[in-house]
Design a protein around this ligand. Structure first.
Ligand code: SAM
Length: 308
């Protein structure tokens, strides 16, 4: 299943390949660097811990998980009408494109332009971004923004431009599925940096850890804020080494090489190691402009595990 957060780099299309490599009958599973929570939601485990250092992501995942779909939807509908946004799930698509030439491929951008920027500025001026009201606005911002992504500037302001889509049937389906699925799992959301001591304790208590950090040689939107450098990469490698010594099973996603760049710390770490296993992942992401750029970049995407 995919989650309502259409996260850049989300692993939904890779889950069938991961299923071949992930252990079976997992007890405590940690989705480290969980982003949109796709991986944890698609893994069968007794307990799932979602961990990410982006508080907006964690707060939104938590907020949606605690929501009743019908109640949430009626709040969203009020906001859609307040901001004069399109709502194709309920009213169809055509009426919002009246007068727009057929060859125009900007979807609902023109219709939602004014309402979206008002919504964005109202959200950015809220003091408490963790309130239920703010998180409803944030969900709508994602749904109406460019590429349905989530991006904040250094001041913490949501800064994506208006997109082509709206609250359509597909987004509603993802929302229902997420709320339904998450309520059936035994889970915890934790907002923390992977280097924090409390995270190390959590990891040492886990049975299996999947780590999907920002890629050192990637250029997804969350990289703009996360400052992922060679030093951070080394720190993560240090943590994985520690887990390995403690006999904890892990799997790490990453890109080893692409045209013009290679992840040297990672390549050096795995070189000549018989206890680490490298599996090539055969998929080029489809959606988002970032993916279009990388489709021709001949990336070597891998899953690195410390178990067979
Ligand atoms: C590749 S994305 C994860 C995508 C996710 N697996 C999915 O399917 O949606 C990497 C994530 O790492 C998080 N992150 C970046 N630096 C971090 C840090 N120091 N500690 C914890 N999380 C971090 C980012 O917020 C981002 O959500």
């Amino acid at each position: 299943m995919t989650t309502p957060l259409n996260y850049t780099g989300n692993k939904s299309r890779l889950m069938s390949q991961f299923a071949e490599y992930f252990p079976k009958n997992i007890g405590v599973f940690v989705d480290l660097f969980c982003g949109g929570a796709t991986v944890g939601l698609n893994v069968d485990a007794r307990e799932i811990i979602f961990l990410d250092n982006n508080h907006n992501v964690i707060n939104l995942l938590k907020h949606l998980s605690l929501s009743d779909f019908d109640v949430l939807l009626s709040r969203l509908e009020k906001l859609i009408s307040k901001y004069g946004l399109s709502y194709s799930a309920k009213f169809g698509y055509r009426q919002y494109r009246l007068g727009v030439p057929r060859e125009d491929n900007n979807g609902l951008k023109k219709y939602n332009f004014l309402g979206y920027y008002k919504l964005r500025s109202d959200y950015n001026s809220l003091k408490d971004k963790a309130s239920a009201y703010a998180l409803d606005l944030l969900y709508l911002l994602i749904v109406y923004s460019f590429n349905n992504d989530m991006r904040f500037n250094r001041k913490g302001e949501f800064n994506l431009p208006v997109g082509k889509t709206d609250l359509n049937k597909n987004n509603l389906k993802k929302l229902i599925q997420y709320i339904d699925k998450i309520k059936k799992t035994n889970h915890t959301f934790i907002c923390a940096d992977f280097r924090e001591e409390k995270v190390q304790k959590i990891l040492l208590n886990a049975d299996f850890i999947y780590a999907d950090p920002p890629y050192l040689i990637g250029d997804a939107v969350y990289n703009e804020m996360s400052n992922w450098t060679e030093k951070t990469e080394q720190e993560l490698i240090g943590l994985l080494e520690k887990l390995n010594r403690q006999g904890k099973k892990f799997a790490l996603s990453n890109i080893l090489d692409k045209v013009g760049a290679s992840n040297k710390p990672l390549s050096d770490w795995i070189f000549n190691r018989t206890d680490l296993h490298i599996f090539d992942i055969k998929y080029h992401y489809k959606s988002a402009s970032y993916n279009k750029i990388n489709r021709n970049a001949r990336e070597r995407e891998v899953l690195i595990t410390n178990y067979n």
